[in-house]
Structures are given as structure tokens and as C-alpha cells.
Design a protein around this ligand. Sequence first.
Ligand code: 5GP
Ligand code: MG
Length: 178
Amino acid sequence: MSGIKLYDKTFQLFLRSEFIQQTVKKMADRITLDLKDQNPVFISVLNGAFIFTADLMRHLHFNCHVSFVKLSTYRNDSSTGTYKELIGLNEDITGRTVVITEDIIDTGATITFILEKIKKNNPAEIRTAALFLKPEACRTDIHADYIGLEVPNDFIVGYGLDYNGLGRNFKDVYKIEN
Ligand code: 5GP
Ligand code: MG
């Protein structure tokens, strides 16, 4: 498919599935070299990272655990701000090597928040694996160990990434048409 329509927006084909799969395989190879003897815990950030995490795991042929977390976002009554909480971290990660798997790092605010929360659970080490990184949007101090691809500062959907809930199911990645 060369383009898709989600609600009122049109998106053009940006990255084909075959290329994304090669990228994920390369990330898995690097992770294998680094962590194959450490029985790491992969912590996948829902919803966006579910497809990336599933594909990544299938390339890892060593012992590891996988768990899923989600961020809840809510506003307080005086609407002075949005608060987030990490929900679902019920694995004991004390002394373990943790790899956070994210779909995309944009400004880096989300991954920074998650890192801070996970640190409080006393893991031995935390690494991050993000399929996509937007260098133009991202703060320079972001801690990212495994990056699949750097992408331009455009809104993308597909392969787990959504536009208001739609588009996660497409195997290719699409870029918004301006
Ligand atoms: P950050 O906190 O790094 O600015 O943003 C990270 C989160 O914003 C990602 O986990 C993702 O949910 C969302 N996001 C950032 N850029 C995009 C994008 O281009 N497309 C979609 N669908 N979501 C994005
Ligand atoms: Mg996300």
C-alpha cells in the first residue's frame, strides 16, 4: 500500500516492512552480543512498542524475561499539569539487567520518566532499546543504548505506532502528508 487514510489525515509509505525487519534483526544481534549471558528482563512500554518487542524477542535465542508496562496519564482538577504513573511493573528486577523497549523517542521525556521510575526498583543496570529516534526533537542528554533508525521530525504511524488509536496494525510505517 502506498498510502493510508486515518480519520481526516493522509499518510504516505515511509518504511517497508522488510526494511523494518532487517533493522530489528540488527538490534537483536547487538543486544545478543552484549547481554546473552545476563538473563536480562525486557520491559516493553505499551501500547506502541508491542509489535517491535514481539519481533525483537523472536530474534533473541538466549534466556531472558519479558514484561509490559503502561503509562497512565491524568490531569489534576485544577488542570495545572499532567501526571504520569508507570503501571504494571510487578516483576522483581532487583539486581537484574533491564532493557526498556520503546517504539520511538521523540523529545525523550517519556523514556526519561520511565528510566527514573525503573531506577527506584534497584536493577543492576538499565539499557534502552528504541526502534526509532527523532534526533531533531530529542534532547541531547538522552540515554539510548540501542537505536534502530533515526527518522525526521515528522509524525509516523504503523508497526505499533498510532494516530488516535488507529494505524498500529499496518506492517509498514507511514509518514503524515502535510
Ligand atoms: P517523547 O516523550 O519522547 O516526546 O515521545 C515519546 C512517545 O510519543 C512515543 O512513545 C510515542 O507514543 C509518541 N510519539 C512520538 N513521536 C511519534 C510519532 O511520530 N508517531 C506516533 N504515532 N507517536 C509518536
Ligand atoms: Mg510509546
